[in-house]
Design a protein around this ligand. Structure first.
Ligand SMILES: [Zn+2]
Length: 131
């Protein structure tokens, strides 16, 4: 009869995603607002092992919006925090922001649009001087 060659049920299909690099994982979303978390570069002085963490940069995120009032009422400071996720450990913790644009400049956008080479429409033909 026929030879049975192929093994069915390759291992790893139901395995944990912990071993996978962050880039290979599914996109994480914020549990507070559902926005897709964005990769941002950590400040070098932060002392983290990672170079990048994920955070919710949605300005309408209830977690972030409540943070302003909470910090103001507790500490009388105009500071809030965003939902942050350490992809290596899976630990979520707030990261303080001092303005709506704080850390925004650190967001790493993966989908970089390739720089379009601008073709110049027409060469400027230089005529040699007349007769
Ligand atoms: Zn959020």
């Amino acid at each position: 009869m026929g030879a049975r060659g192929a093994l069915k049920g390759a291992p790893g299909a139901a395995g944990s995603a912990a071993a996978a690099p962050p880039a290979a994982r599914n996109k994480h979303t914020c549990p507070h607002c559902g926005a897709v978390l964005q990769v941002f570069a950590l400040p070098e002085a932060g002392g983290w092992d990672q170079k990048y963490h994920l955070a919710c940069f949605n300005n309408d995120c209830p977690y972030y919006r409540k943070g302003w009032d909470w910090m103001m009422s507790q500490y009388n400071v105009k500071v809030s925090y965003r939902y942050r996720l350490d992809t290596a450990s899976g630990c979520a913790s707030p990261i303080a922001v001092w303005s709506e644009t704080a850390l925004v400049d650190r967001i790493v956008t993966k989908a970089r649009k390739p720089a379009k080479k601008q073709k110049k429409g027409g060469r400027t033909v230089q005529r040699k001087g007349g007769t």
